[in-house]
Design a protein around this ligand. Structure first.
Ligand code: BGC
Length: 923
């Protein structure tokens, strides 16, 4: 409320001021750019939020915004003349991110157009920005006239693994007339299952496995497409292919979760606007027809797809098609309990392709193997010669056994096999539609053996959620660059609508622990703000009544069980996203979930010592009991540490939200739990008691700040000792690994961190690279060149958790770290080491591009840094001699564009406004 009041007061005063002074000034400054809504949406249609927030970036030459003026209108014409939705007037605020909409209420389908101008430090105005726009989707169930439609595929379905029903994919169609001149056509659509839509034979969109995966019993997301260009005057046809997807598919080993009743269904509403102002709506209803006699005969996420070209129905989604033996569809109304809401992040798409690099022809006469030399998630595009009636069998593998044999055991029960049955002689061009695979190798058999296999037969279509890259890192160290590539491919391989553990075996689930571990690194590399915000909604919807957070979200286990370090995703990820983006919405939206999770921690603790179940420091190397995947760190210690940390983060969130009392309350709780933690698990020498002294035990205590100052110092020494004992190797699993660089860094032990990072021997990041890894692995020793796969079947070669070290690579090797939320204030402090002679990173922050590039040449250390507009940075210079440092061509002592704020321990820190800085230091 206070903020609104302030804005209004400022607004009135500034209007007056504007009237008298600055509005008369001719704008000279370049306009704001990159206008976005909420979590970075650019001109969205089918948008999910009727009260969006507005953000923009300033041109690079602007140091500071001091005021802005934002106008919003229902048409571009009104925007300049009479912004009918909202006019902020001149607001004297530097804020250029997430300005909340406070204009006229907006409804489903409403459009808005907006533009902004700003004033710089000298109160000079910019020209107006380009016009951005947004159109809302269908925001409530009442907006749908359409009904769920589909065939009853349960009736004649087959039984698959563990007697689970496999629904035959179906095809649905309807013809309709466009009888007047069309202005626009919007298609609102979703499915129980996964769909692909066609109008007049053309695909509606390139989206993959739509509508994606949400807690279907509560919420299903809808998509909006502008299909105006696909329609023509006269007869038209719309059609859908529909398969089980996550909704009706078997998930998690052998379970069917949501699809226990009914069959896959589509919900489709096509709204036409004619030039004469009249409207026509074509909805899914009982006038549609369907068939299961189409070419996709079988489609399962884990098991693959079967395509029989003999069943092809030429032109089935056009109005010329002769309909024979299609049936009337079943119709069902929308359920009140299930909200149909616009999708709040971008669908999965084919983002890039990988060519075959090598063909291997096994001597034993089994299938020919195509090696893409990169582990990936997606489907193969197959351009393969075939003979009529033959069946092409397509198998997948992440790595071959050292003897060259095709290895699929680590897919466990997932068949992950596609088949194509040819209807004629010739070259096919096909890829599966309703399944996906995790693979590097593709094995083909059943093709026309009179032809010699060619590399172009197999191309990998890489699929993941449609976000852009935001960060780049590289260095003079090849293996470090390979690690960066592996981290990126780990993200590409597991951001498939939700964050998953792995893309290949019978799992592919939204494991919460894995997600919390990777979130900061993921944000550096990709624009995943919306992706995470969306999944957090899924997480809140999956929270148990008692505050427990399930192992996976969407929750396919429904077992009411929790794990410390996993459920803590509920507090850690919102806080991570807030610190990286400055978007307070993520805290507003998730604060209740955070509180409930903290009280759940409390409810299963005794005298503040956690009794919570835990997967522990999952897959810690050299565990005392080899069979134990949960590591050697005490579960109680882990649980208590996360309990304290969750309370601490919740207290910080309360502070940001202006909830003073709650801030105090959670701060107190954090301290109480920390005290209990210290006395339960640490002796007076800062050594672990009541449990095994592991690296992770110390890391948790230190990173979560749970010890008194004296014990902290002592515990740090014990940690160093533990690392030394391990010959400077890590001994950490999922929970400890991300903390290792952070703690060593805070201790000033960056040299040691470099040593650990650059280790070649097991367990280390480079060990997997030395064994041929092109992605992050689930285990530190998932595979070896000599012995092949680790015999454990739970062994994925595409699991992102250990990629969490990517955060340190950006933050400290290259040196870009947020000091204030959203990088309003930035630390640019690279720490050269490990024999590296150069490193660089760029990061597209909410305020613009941040850059840090360094190299060592002879005795000189060169560092170039870019600080984006409307931010400031603390730049670290490795020197204690102001005289010997050159900044932008002049001695630091004469540097005017900033000030030295510290000269300590061989580091000079200068505070600088936005701009480019070129620093030379004698070493
Ligand atoms: C998943 C993990 C997950 C774990 C829980 C595994 O099966 O693949 O990544 O966190 O179970 O311990």
């Amino acid at each position: 409320m206070k903020l609104i009041h302030d804005i209004r007061t400022t607004f009135t005063i500034s209007l007056l001021g504007c009237f008298l002074l600055s509005c008369r000034t001719e704008p000279t400054l370049k306009p704001a750019q990159d206008l976005t809504l909420n979590e970075g949406f650019v001109n969205p249609i089918g948008f999910y939020d009727a009260t969006p927030s507005f953000s923009w970036k300033l041109p690079q030459e602007i140091q500071k915004q001091t005021a802005y003026h934002l106008v919003v209108a229902s048409s571009p014409e009104l925007l300049s003349e009479d912004p009918d939705l909202w006019d902020t007037g001149k607001v004297r605020l530097g804020q250029s991110l997430y300005i909340s909409y406070k204009g006229k209420p907006l409804l489903s389908r409403d459009k808005m157009y907006w533009k902004v101008r700003f004033w710089n430090a000298e109160d000079q105005p910019s020209t107006w920005s380009e016009i951005a726009q947004m159109e809302l989707g269908l925001l409530q169930n009442e907006d749908w006239q359409a009904k769920w439609i589909g065939l009853d595929t349960r009736k004649d379905s087959i039984k698959g693994k563990s007697n689970i029903i496999i629904h035959t994919p179906q095809y649905l169609r309807k013809e309709f007339e466009v009888n007047k001149q069309l202005v626009s056509a919007k298609l609102y659509v979703t499915a129980k299952g996964v769909f692909k839509g066609f109008i007049n034979g053309k695909t509606i969109s390139e989206d993959v496995m739509s509508p994606g995966w949400t807690p279907y019993q509560k919420r299903i997301e809808s998509l909006t497409y502008d299909v105006t260009d696909l329609l023509k005057e006269g007869d038209n046809a719309i059609g859908f292919q529909l398969a089980s997807g996550w909704h009706f598919g078997r998930l998690l080993w052998n379970k069917l979760i949501w699809g226990q009743n009914g069959s896959p269904k589509v919900l489709s509403q096509l709204e036409l606007l004619y030039k004469d102002g009249t409207k026509k709506t074509i909805v899914s209803d009982d006038s549609w027809q369907g068939t299961t006699r189409g070419p996709i005969r079988f489609a399962e996420i884990y098991d693959g797809e079967i395509y029989d070209a003999n069943f092809q129905m030429q032109g089935w989604a056009t109005s010329d098609f002769e309909v024979k033996e299609w049936s009337k569809v079943e119709v069902a109304p929308l359920e009140n309990a299930i909200s149909i809401r616009p999708k709040r992040h971008h669908s999965v798409r084919q983002k890039t392709t990988l060519d075959t690099k090598e063909i291997i022809t096994p001597k034993d006469g089994s299938g020919v193997i195509f090696n893409l030399k990169q582990n990936m998630l997606g489907v193969p595009r197959l351009r393969v010669p075939m003979k009529k009636g033959d069946t092409l069998k397509v198998r997948f593998s992440e790595m071959l056994d050292p003897d060259g044999s095709f290895y699929t055991d680590n897919y466990r029960s997932a068949e992950s096999t596609d088949y194509y049955i040819a209807a004629e002689d010739g070259r096919i061009d096909w890829h599966p539609t309703f399944t996906f695979h995790g693979f590097q190798y593709v094995e083909l058999s059943g093709f026309d053996t009179s032809k010699t296999p060619k590399k172009e037969w197999v191309t990998g279509l890489v699929q993941y959620s449609d976000f852009d890259k935001t960060g780049y890192f590289s260095s003079s160290h090849d293996k470090l660059n390979q690690l960066q590539s592996n981290i990126n491919w780990g993200l590409r391989g597991n951001f498939f609508d939700i964050p998953t553990d792995c893309p290949q075996r019978d799992e592919r689930l939204g494991w919460t622990g894995d997600a919390q571990v990777i979130s900061p690194t993921s944000i550096f590399n990709n624009n995943v703000h919306a992706f995470w915000a969306s999944w957090l909604q899924t997480l809140r919807e999956s929270q148990y009544v008692d505050g427990g957070i399930p192992f996976v979200a969407p929750d396919v286990l429904e077992n009411n069980k929790v794990s410390s370090g996993w459920g803590d995703a509920a507090v850690i990820i919102p806080w991570d996203i807030y610190t990286r983006t400055a978007d307070t919405t993520v805290l507003y939206e998730n604060y209740e979930m955070m509180k409930k999770w903290v009280s759940h921690h409390q409810s299963i603790s005794e005298n503040y010592i956690s009794q919570m179940n835990s997967f522990g420091d999952w897959l810690q190397p050299f565990q005392a009991k080899e069979s134990n995947k949960r590591g050697d760190t005490s579960k109680k210690l882990i649980g208590t540490a996360f309990f304290a940390h969750a309370a601490h983060l919740t207290s910080k969130a309360a502070e940001v939200l202006g909830l003073k009392e709650e801030k105090e309350e959670y701060q107190k709780l954090y301290q109480t739990v920390a005290n209990a933690f210290e006395s339960e698990f640490f002796d007076n020498e800062g050594k672990i008691k009541n449990g095994k002294a592991t690296q992770t035990a110390y890391l948790l205590a230190l990173h979560f700040d749970l010890l008194s100052d004296t014990l902290t110092k002592k515990a740090e020494q014990h940690l160093l000792h533990k690392i030394e004992e391990a010959d400077n190797h890590l001994r950490t699993g999922f929970l400890g690994t991300p903390l290792l660089p952070r703690v060593l860094d805070a201790m000033g032990e960056t040299d040691l961190m470099y040593q650990i990072l650059l280790k070649e021997t097991y367990p280390s990041w480079f060990y997997s690279i030395n064994q041929g890894a092109t992605t992050m692995w689930e285990r530190w020793n998932s595979y070896s060149r000599l012995e092949g796969y680790n015999p454990e079947s739970m062994n994925s070669l595409n699991h992102y958790a250990y990629g969490a070290v990517g955060e340190w690579m950006y933050e400290r090797i290259a040196g870009i770290k947020p000091l204030e939320p959203g990088y309003k204030k930035i630390q640019i402090a690279p720490v050269p080491g490990g024999g590296l002679t150069s490193a660089e990173a760029t990061y597209d922050s909410p305020y613009g591009e941040i850059k840090s590039t360094w190299k060592i040449e002879g005795d000189t250390f060169y560092h170039d840094a870019t600080v984006p507009p409307n931010t400031t940075a603390l730049l670290s210079i490795i020197s204690d001699n102001v005289q010997s440092v050159i900044v932008n061509g002049a001695s630091l002592k004469d540097f005017k564009n900033g000030q030295v704020i510290e000269n300590e321990d061989g580091i000079i820190t200068i505070e600088v406004p936005s701009g480019n800085y070129s620093i030379q230091t004698l070493r």
